[in-house]
Design a protein around this ligand. Sequence first.
Ligand code: MG
Length: 389
Amino acid sequence: MQKFVTKQIAILGSTGSIGRNALRVIETLGPHYQVTALSAHNNVRLLARQAERYKPECVAVTNPDRVESFRDLNPDPDIEILAGPEGLIQIAELEGVDTVITAVVGAAGLPAVLAAARKGKRLAIANKEPLVIAGELLKKETQINGAAILPVDSEHSAVFQALQSGRHEEVERIILTASGGPFRQASAEEFENVTLEQALAHPTWDMGPKITIDSATMMNKALEIIEAHWLFDMPVEKIEVLIHPESIVHSLVEFVDGSVIAQLGEPDMCLPIQYALTYPARVAGIAPRLRLEEMGKLTFEKPDLQMFRALPLAYDVARTGGTAAVVFNAANEAAVEEFLAGRIKFVNIIELIEHCLDKHDVKTTVSLEELLEADAWARREVTSLACSV
Ligand code: MG
């Protein structure tokens, strides 16, 4: 009889969209998949409900000011509470945990992701930042310590699945699909005057506000180019972007013989989350079934590189290497925050990113400290400039 070792899972960022879906997936996978640790930054109300339902051994509340509220909401003495950013690292390192789902928005989760890699865990990476800003460092730690990286990002999960049809050296190109966001067909003038409300209304994917804005600027896809470059050890010249508004073909791989292998599915995160947990096995789950006959037609087009300047910029950033990507990402995070707060215009986001990249003095050899320093510099730069636009 086959023995199944129970998987113990930590979710970094369990109250966000990915974290909530991950819990639904784990619940349907049965008793061999256990929730060992959860974390949240501010939403302790939901974290308390999740802790009550899934009975983790510990939770991390990364905002220290919210720890007391969590304790009030969930006084269960069997749940250990870890506080502050350090708490996130501690749950990523927990002895019993073998799989860490990383779904913390932005660069904040990086030290915890690196810590999990150093402990040889399986990393189901849902947020692109760790690979984008510290791809080199993370790949190194993963290899040295026998950790594994499984992509949860839908496009990268698709590429990962398609890549199983051939060998690394047989890949001609990776084609990442993109919905194109809500402004795919906008005129230059409409683009200039995009409101917050318009930018937050994504046509096919239901995601958190930061990623929804990134999808509208196509910064999301720009970051995914760099993510794919590290994840699949592929030069950026071999990575292309194709607009596919229906979001059914999640990405494709073309091999040297001309064969193109694609992965298709409903736009829903449950499947990529589940595959990262059960790989190399496939099991029945809650992902909605694709009915192509109901789709009618699937369309594809080239992206407008003049309108979506983040895309060509991503290739430059990847070729430059070093601290360029951390500045690219941090400037965007800070600019999106300014936009969400109503302090800058939609088009200012990319202008601020370009400004930071122009002004930044790129360092080629990078440590975590240097990465975090460049990250903080870009954020300061954006915040001070945002006051003057
Ligand atoms: Mg994606």
